[in-house]
Structure formats: structure tokens, C-alpha cells
Design a protein around this ligand. Structure first.
Ligand code: SAH
Length: 214
């Protein structure tokens, strides 16, 4: 794609910084990751536009601003291990991989997981592990995590995800009905679990044992 760096700089300035994304590490990650590599050929010319795009299988790559809000809310640090539920295109995982030590990402649709794995390998983002399975159960094998981000809308907070957080760990998850959700941040501390509401959002459904039924 011609001038993709310019397209990213414009996206960062007009969609992210102007709407209040302040964390410079987060903005730098959006400048670096080539979003057009995560969408299909026929949509590449829209890759830096201000909305979600189809990635096939009834799923979407989220709007850049929504990826930024979730990333900033999760606040990943360079030494941390982060779990993403809902790999989709792999874009959110790529952004996270620039900001922490290791990313685990789980996807229920194996064709999407394979495609994401290929894209991430091609880009040389080797600190990301793509798994196939039901992320509503978390990923117990590699738990606990410093942060967990769920990029699909859940009917309620899956208990397994809270249990797989380290002390000081954060869970960012959209919770609500199928048309509108509230973005929640749940933080685990020695005193227990606290919950904040970060505003309204709209995601595809989180489908699984502790999510919506297929
Ligand atoms: N983060 C993605 C956007 C994903 S859209 C990106 O950056 O492109 C939400 C994804 O969650 C879809 O691919 C969907 O298949 C997946 N998903 C839904 N329920 C899931 C579950 N229980 N476990 C894992 N993935 C799930």
C-alpha cells in the first residue's frame, strides 16, 4: 500500500490523539503496526478509516479508536504477559505485542486463527502465541496474566477470566446485550476485585460455554 505510513500518522492524529488517547507508547504502536496487512485485499483502501471492517466469517476488525481505548485501559507494561480473547484478524494482538513481553491470543474460528498466525509471522511479531479454542474459559495453561482483553461482547463476566488474573491484573471486557455493551475494567488487588465502567460500545458476540450460545 502506497504511503501507509502517512495513512497511519493521519489515523493516529485525527482518530486517536484528537479524541483523548494520550499514552505515547500506545500511539507509537498504532504508528508502527501496518493495519492494512490485517484486512483482505479488497478492503485495503479502507484499512485506516474510522470504522470496523469485515474480516469474513461474520466477524470484524474493530475500529482503530476502540482498539486504542481498550489498549489504553489495559495499560500493558513492557515486562507483562497479556491474554486476548478473540484474535480475529490479529491486529489487536499485534498492537499489544509492541507494548508487553508476551501476548497469548485465542480464537474459536480456526480459519481466522490460521490467517492471523500467518500475518503475524510475516510481520515478524514473534512474541505472540495464537491458540484455537473457547476463550470464555480463558487459557488456563499459561495463566495467570497481567492483563486480559476480550474483543467480543459478553452477556456477563466469565468467572474463569477473573480467576486467571495476577494480583494487580486488569480485565477489559464489553458486557451487555447483543446490540449494546458497557466496556468494563475489572482490577484484581489483594483486597479483592474492583470494577469500573468505561462507556458504551458495540462488539460481535462472545460465543462459548461462559458466553452466548451459538
Ligand atoms: N481482536 C480482533 C477483533 C475480533 S472480532 C481484531 O483485532 O481483529 C471478535 C472475535 O472473537 C471473532 O473473531 C470471533 O470469532 C471471536 N470469538 C468469539 N467468541 C469467542 C470465544 N469464546 N473464544 C475465542 N474467540 C471468540
Amino acid at each position: 500500500m502506497k504511503d501507509s505510513h502517512l495513512a497511519r500518522a493521519t489515523m493516529v492524529k485525527e482518530q486517536l490523539a484528537s479524541r483523548g488517547i494520550r499514552d505515547q507508547r500506545v500511539l507509537d504502536a498504532f504508528l508502527e503496526v501496518p493495519r492494512h496487512r490485517f484486512v483482505e485485499e479488497y478492503l485495503k483502501y479502507k484499512a485506516y478509516d474510522d470504522y470496523p471492517l469485515s474480516i469474513g466469517y461474520g466477524q470484524t476488525i474493530s475500529q482503530p479508536y476502540m482498539v486504542a481505548i481498550m489498549t489504553e485501559a489495559l495499560a500493558p507494561k513492557p515486562h507483562e504477559r497479556i491474554l486476548e480473547i478473540g484474535t480475529g484478524s490479529g491486529y489487536q494482538a499485534a498492537i499489544l505485542s509492541r507494548l508487553c513481553a508476551t501476548v497469548y491470543t485465542i480464537e474459536r474460528i480456526s480459519a481466522l486463527a490460521s490467517r492471523a498466525r500467518r500475518t503475524l509471522d510475516d510481520l515478524g511479531y514473534f512474541n505472540i502465541h495464537v491458540r484455537i479454542g473457547d476463550g470464555t474459559l480463558g487459557l488456563p495453561l499459561d495463566a495467570p496474566y497481567d492483563g486480559i482483553v476480550v474483543t467480543a461482547g459478553a452477556p456477563h463476566v466469565p468467572e474463569a477470566l477473573v480467576e486467571q488474573l495476577c494480583e494487580g491484573g486488569r480485565l477489559v471486557i464489553p458486557v451487555g446485550d447483543q446490540s449494546l455493551q458497557d466496556l468494563k475494567r475489572i482490577t484484581r488487588s489483594p483486597d479483592g476485585v474492583s470494577e469500573e465502567s468505561l462507556g458504551g460500545c458495540r462488539f460481535v458476540r462472545l460465543i462459548g460455554r461462559n458466553g452466548w450460545k451459538d
